[in-house]
Design a protein around this ligand. Structure first.
Ligand code: NI
Length: 190
């Protein structure tokens, strides 16, 4: 892993509090490495794309972001090849759920799965409510379904069907099972 780029991400996203922070990026790297062990891929592209994937995300406040041109400069300075940079840009521009795209490379599909896995399970629950709080959402019960619990039904419980790789799908199914238990428990307490 490139230490300079790691330090940039830590500096930019270290204090991001809606669940897209530096430690999210590190978990996505870890998930991606684990999924990638089943495939013959450029692991360096996977690691750096996973690490920087949220730096251009429209959901983030501008102080946490870099422009695509700034990222490109960073990658060039850190000796990534033109081919790698093209692939990395394709990954980070097409990864997000809201756009509904799929990155063209297998490396990108793996990073997309890795990011989606971090929206699931116990960590996914924690991130959903953190994001909701940061964006003035109710925990549950908003009549327009803009509350955090509705996000489980409207997006998260569907993510297993959107995984690109078999391994990620298996992990997603197991994590969603736990989230359904949490949801039932939450509803019973409500
Ligand atoms: Ni992300």
């Amino acid at each position: 892993m490139n230490n300079t780029i790691d330090a940039v991400v830590k500096e930019k996203l270290g204090k991001e509090s809606s669940g897209h922070d530096y430690l999210h990026a590190k978990r996505v790297v870890k998930n991606a490495i684990s999924i990638a062990s089943d495939y013959k891929v450029d692991l360096e592209v996977i690691k750096v794309a996973a690490l920087i994937h949220d730096l251009i995300d429209h959901k983030l406040e501008s102080k946490f972001k870099l422009s695509i041109a700034e990222l490109e400069t960073l990658l060039i300075e850190n000796k990534y090849s033109i081919n790698q940079i093209v692939m990395i840009k394709d990954i980070i521009e097409n990864i997000s759920f809201s756009k509904g795209n799929v990155p063209s490379s297998l490396e990108g599909k793996i990073v997309q799965d890795a990011d989606r896995l971090d929206a699931l399970g116990a960590i996914g629950i924690a991130r959903t409510f953190a994001y909701g709080g940061k964006n003035n959402r109710l925990l549950y019960g908003d009549k327009n379904r803009e509350d955090s619990l509705s996000h489980f039904y409207d997006k998260l419980f569907k993510l297993d069907g959107l995984m690109n790789t078999k391994k990620a799908k298996e992990i997603a199914i197991e994590r969603i099972k736990f989230m359904r238990e949490f949801e039932q428990r939450m509803l019973s307490e409500i």
